[in-house]
Design a protein around this ligand. Structure first.
Ligand SMILES: Nc1ncnc2c1ncn2[C@@H]1O[C@H](COP(=O)(O)OP(=O)(O)OP(=O)(O)O)[C@@H](O)[C@H]1O
Length: 529
């Protein structure tokens, strides 16, 4: 073995007393961590615990305030991601750094050293994606891909650099159960090749399933180091949160006769060659109902969200009705004025402008729907910043948003805390109708149950709620009825109490009959509720 190689079970990466201070906040406070070779090591902690800060220091995108990093026993200063890659550390971020106008292969080319032709990269990427079970078309444009597909690009481009340690920040939050299973096989393969994985996840069951060890952070400090297989999800959650996580209560309120969201024979052509056309969608959501829309990524979820929210206009006014008004040709602000709220899937760049403060983001989203509260009268329409800050503080308190500073930039919030703020910003208006796309992506168990409970409470208070989600546990937790989107078609909503995972699997495969073998859908009967 060469001097710089490490054997199985030996220490690949060691961190001693690593500390990062932002202003007054100790985001990481004296963290110790050891990652052995051929190990899948979980990094756990609630939103804002300091996980991303730690891994950004390991990947050279943040400089530690103090502490040491040792790579194969040698002290190193990782001053840039390029240097981390040269050492053998690869990272798949929670937020992707992809150029939307470029193809998959062109994006990969940008992160490679040297002059490799696009054809060569396309071939390598196609081979790797086949080998590791991560289907990807190298010639597709990123703009046309779903979040799940974008994540595959990041994984493939990391693997192309042949790293010894791969850091994955919440890789399964956008994946379906089948895609997640495939990823776990990929990770087992990576491990069997002698590489290691540092795995950030809020899903404790999967941590128990695939991780050999776990390090737990809370408020920037190390609170535990354990073998997750000998713990329970509840004991791990306790280590993370310091108390029990509240379970969601869904008693199912009274459904009114008022139809507050409706799509009638809604069709929309695919906007690009890679987008999904919506085909004859019918959806009726009454006050008091939560309709969960399940589906495998890339089956028209974002197209449906865009046309329901008014980001894209429908072909006819009557294709969509919101709170009793034909709204198909109205834009997003006009639909908000009818009493609707919308939470898109991507929090950075879509739901929030990262470089703007929370209050500025509030003005951007609600200046039309809340102009009476947020703007002065008369022609000048000056912003009443005190009113905006009051509303912002109300949301921060209500949703338990944790952050450093009083009105920070959206970019400085941890992913889950920004998500709580964005959902809270819509719920604060008490919309009569709301459509949310992937409401708890990257959100810890405690915060996810808070967001889900808030959606259920809104419905119980009489609003109509549509939750588009790939997380079937979430769908079962919140929904009163479930529909499935497949290749741009939406199945009829069925009562959640009568739905099973097998039935959803059949509908996800576009099969509506009762007698199709479950095996064809890729969903195991053992998953049934
Ligand atoms: N650039 C920054 N400036 C100021 N504060 C920051 C910055 N980056 C992170 N923080 C703060 O540091 C703390 C830790 O954030 P971090 O993103 O590391 O948490 P996390 O555990 O990864 O959370 P999540 O699970 O939500 O992604 C948070 O309170 C966050 O607001």
């Amino acid at each position: 073995m060469a001097d710089n190689e490490v054997g199985r079970d030996e220490c690949l990466l060691e961190v001693r007393g690593l500390t990062k201070i932002f202003g007054e906040l100790r985001a990481n406070d004296g963290i110790d961590l050891e990652i052995r070779s051929s190990e899948i090591h979980a990094l756990l902690g609630e939103n804002g615990a300091g996980k991303s800060t730690l891994v950004k220091m390991l990947f050279g995108s943040l400089e530690p305030t103090s502490g040491q990093i040792l790579w194969k026993g040698n002290r190193v200063r990782i001053s840039s991601p390029g240097q981390a890659r040269r050492l053998g550390i690869g990272m798949v971020f929670q937020h992707f750094s992809l150029f939307e106008a470029l193809t998959v292969a062109e994006n990969i080319a940008l992160s490679m050293d040297g002059n490799v032709s696009i054809e060569n990269i396309s071939e390598q990427a196609a081979t790797l994606s086949r080998e590791y079970g991560l289907p990807l078309d190298p010639h597709a444009h990123v703009a046309d891909l779903s979040v799940g597909e974008r994540q595959r690009i990041e994984i493939v481009r990391t693997l192309l650099q042949n790293p010894e340690l791969i850091i994955l920040d919440e890789p399964t939050s956008v994946l379906t159960p089948q895609e997640a299973d495939r990823l776990f096989e990929t990770l087992e393969k990576i491990k069997s090749e002698g590489r290691s994985v540092l795995y950030i996840s809020h899903r404790l069951e999967e941590v128990q399933r695939i991780c050999d060890r776990a390090t737990v952070l809370r408020h920037g400090e190390l609170t535990g180091d354990c073998d997750p297989r000998t713990e329970t999800p509840a004991s791990l959650a306790r280590m993370m949160v310091g108390s029990e996580v509240k379970t969601v209560s869904n008693t199912g309120g009274k459904v009114s006769d008022d139809i507050l969201i409706e799509a009638k024979n809604l069709s929309a052509p695919a906007r690009t060659p890679f987008a999904v056309a919506l085909k004859d969608i019918n959806l009726v959501v009454r006050g008091g109902e939560v309709i969960g829309i399940a589906g495998v990524a890339g089956n028209g979820q974002s197209e449906l969200f865009d046309v329901l929210s008014g980001e894209e206009l429908a072909q006819n006014r009557a294709d969509i009705r919101i709170c009793g008004t034909d709204a198909g040709r109205l834009g997003i602000s006009a639909r908000r004025l009818l009493g609707a709220g919308f939470v898109p899937e991507e929090r950075h760049g879509h739901a929030a402008v990262s470089s703007m403060t929370l209050s500025e983001n509030m003005v951007l989203a609600r200046h039309k729907s809340d102009s009476d509260a947020f703007l002065t009268g008369g022609p000048l329409k000056i912003i009443r910043y005190n009113a905006v800050l009051d509303a912002s503080e109300r949301i921060i308190k209500e949703m338990d948003v944790r952050m450093s500073g009083e009105d920070p930039d959206a970019s400085s919030l941890s992913g889950g805390n920004l998500q709580k703020y964005i959902v809270g910003r819509e719920l604060d208006r008490k919309p009569a109708a709301i459509v949310v796309n992937q409401p708890t992506w990257g959100v810890d168990a405690g915060a996810a149950s808070r967001i889900r409970q808030a959606l259920i409470d809104l419905a119980e208070a009489g609003s109509a709620v549509v939750v588009i989600s790939q997380d079937l546990d979430e769908i079962f937790e919140v929904a009163t009825s479930i529909a499935v989107i497949n290749e741009g078609r939406l199945s009829a909503a069925e009562p959640a109490s009568q739905m099973t995972l097998e039935r959803i699997g059949l509908l996800m495969g576009g099969i509506h009959g009762e007698d199709t073998p479950v095996a064809e859908t890729g969903l195991e009967p053992a998953h049934a509720h």
